[in-house]
Design a protein around this ligand. Structure first.
Ligand code: SF4
Ligand code: SF4
Ligand code: FES
Length: 246
């Protein structure tokens, strides 16, 4: 686009007012919070990763003009609105237990032993309302309290560790760390083994792919790009692989 056209295009853009840490900026309507902050001149050094709603690094808290409610969401997925007051939460300093997953047991007391604060849950459901992934966060904390590793792992499967639940919880629970421990233990000790995964791990151990990987390591970036674009893509609707015990 020529410079003049670009300028005209810019003049046609509808701008909205946002407030970043109290300072007013005008940014184009339709941008995500992340892009709007960059448009305003901020540079993300922490608090941004995938830019696609997967990594959970870009937690943001905002309030809309004329409302009292504080909202929590992902900066890379939420669009700016006129009169939005914003602040970023690049890190939640929540309590994280240290353990060696190879040395601990997956019994019904493990989660509460590592995270006794889950017993303080008052069932207010604030964590569920704060979750940008729309997970049933309170329910997985309750199942963790009951020692139900499977349910905790399943209900929290799509957690992206953004920390927004922990920021809002009156009982100071680090939900996502509890859930991560549950998924680790369930995956390691309790989940039925996936046949296709075991088969592939054994193939790797037998060095089946070493020669092929060695050849790829010698290719340059252009060759790799071509190979990637020409790869076989799995059909979208694939039948779930069968697990033992199904
Ligand atoms: S916000 Fe905290 S106290 Fe409230 S339901 Fe969730 S875990 Fe329980
Ligand atoms: S459960 Fe908590 S940490 Fe996980 S995605 Fe939801 S709000 Fe974020
Ligand atoms: S940057 Fe990864 S979820 Fe927003």
């Amino acid at each position: 686009m020529a410079r003049k056209d670009k300028k005209e295009e810019k003049l046609k853009m509808k701008m909205v007012r946002i407030y970043i840490m109290g300072k007013e900026y005008k940014v184009p309507e339709g941008l995500t919070i992340m892009k709007a902050m960059e448009y305003a001149g901020y540079r993300y050094i922490r608090g941004a990763g995938c830019r696609a709603g997967f990594c959970g690094a870009c937690a943001t808290v905002y309030r809309k003009e004329g409302e009292y409610k504080l909202n929590a969401d992902l900066a890379c997925q939420t669009t700016v609105e006129d009169g939005m007051y914003l602040v970023q939460l690049p890190f939640t300093p929540a309590n994280k237990a240290t353990y060696d997953v190879n040395k601990i047991k997956a019994d019904d007391k493990t989660l509460v032993n590592f995270y006794p604060e889950i017993a303080r849950c008052v069932s207010c459901n604030t964590c569920t309302k704060a979750c940008p992934q729309e997970l049933e966060v309170m329910d997985y904390i309750q199942s963790a309290l009951r020692g139900d590793m499977k349910k905790t792992a399943e209900l929290s499967f799509d957690c992206i560790q953004c920390g927004l639940c922990a920021m809002r919880c009156p009982a100071e629970i680090a939900h996502y760390h509890v859930a991560q421990l549950a998924r680790r233990l369930y995956g390691k000790y309790l989940m039925p083994k996936a046949e296709h995964l075991e088969k592939r791990v054994n193939e790797i151990k037998r060095k089946r792919f070493d020669e092929e990987i060695g050849k790829m390591m010698k290719r340059n970036i252009e060759e790799l790009r071509k190979m990637y674009n020409a790869r076989d893509i799995e059909p979208e609707e694939e039948e779930e692989p069968k697990r033992e015990g199904d």
